[in-house]
Ligand binder design. Structure first.
Ligand SMILES: *Cc1c(COP(=O)(O)O)cnc(C)c1O
Length: 302
């Protein structure tokens, strides 16, 4: 089992609140953080089913697409990525994530946003089978029961000293695994990276526990949206701790945690563990967008 250490992140002296961060981003440069955890048992299942190909779904800068492409390359699967947005078809050169996926051998199929919404429907998947033959289907973001099982391995025995576990939320798979493995005295806080009320129901599909809550005020306008406050926070944080954060998920979560400490949300002496779910591969693509708009870019290495 991979053992990732927790690093010190922040201390509020007046309230004696300490924040540590679990560096799941260090698991692997490409299959980093929760995407590795979510793929692990899916890859084992695909091998067991003797499948030669993996097919999955994602957006233009998807961490999951990058991870699935690399995992396929590393573990001997053909990979097919169904990508949201048919306009991206001739823009691969401007997109580091899709370029990387292609370099790993992933075959990309671009679909319109309307078609992409049909991705869980039998008819749509049948059409994909007609085109691509047999494959093991990994859902968008990798979330299914195998993924939850993998994410139940994120928390370790030594983490029992923490009162709060904080984690970014996309589809809700990662936090579900964390909730299942958290101890009863711990509270799990999820920070959705997007707007929408559906996440609570999604998470309840995968867990029966109740010691968790979603903090919905830190999506910064929605999925993939950023502003200069967030970018400055990420850069200051990196300058202070040398811990890089991504702008889509972990940056928003860490911003939320620090903001909540300042707003006295947590009790005095609280020990908080943030999960660094990875996502650093997306920074390059985000920086291209920021640069095009003449905005401050993200500094994430020296
Ligand atoms: C995908 C992703 C998440 C969200 O995980 P879900 O299981 O979809 O909730 C969080 N952080 C990072 C860095 C991710 O890439």
């Amino acid at each position: 089992m991979i053992n990732i250490e927790n690093q010190f992140f922040f201390k509020d002296e007046a309230q004696n609140i300490e924040v540590f961060i679990k560096r799941e981003d260090l698991i692997h440069p490409f299959i980093s953080g929760n995407k590795f955890r979510k793929l692990k048992y899916n890859l084992l299942q695909a091998k067991k089913e003797k499948q030669a190909a993996l097919l999955t779904f994602g957006g233009a800068f998807s961490n999951h697409i990058a991870a699935a492409a690399y995992a396929g390359h590393e573990y001997g699967f053909k990979t097919i990525g169904v990508i949201r947005g048919d306009e991206l078809f001739n823009k691969i050169n401007e997109n580091p994530t899709l370029q990387f996926a292609q370099k790993c051998g992933m075959q990309l199929e671009f679909v319109s946003r309307e078609d992409y919404r049909l991705k869980t429907e039998t008819h749509f998947i049948e059409k994909l089978h007609q085109k691509w033959g047999d494959f093991y289907l990994v859902p968008e973001g990798g979330t299914n029961t195998f993924a939850i099982k993998g994410c139940e391995e994120i928390l370790l025995d030594g983490d029992s000293k923490f009162d709060y576990i904080c984690c970014a939320v996309g589809t809700g798979g990662t936090i579900s695994g964390i909730i299942n493995s958290a101890l009863s005295h711990q509270k799990v806080l999820g920070f959705p990276a997007l707007k929408g009320d559906f996440l609570k129901d999604e998470i309840q599909k995968f867990t029966t526990q109740e010691h968790w809550e979603l903090i919905t005020e830190y999506h910064f306008g929605g999925y993939g949206k950023v502003d200069s406050t967030l970018i400055s926070f990420i850069n200051t944080s990196f300058a202070t701790n040398k811990i890089p954060l991504d702008p889509i998920y972990t940056g928003k979560m860490a911003f939320g945690v620090i903001d909540l400490i300042q707003k006295k949300y947590f009790p005095k002496n609280a020990k908080i563990l943030m999960i660094h779910t990875g996502g650093l591969q997306g920074i390059q693509g985000m920086n291209i967008k920021l640069k095009n708009k003449n905005l401050q870019t993200i500094v994430y290495n020296d």
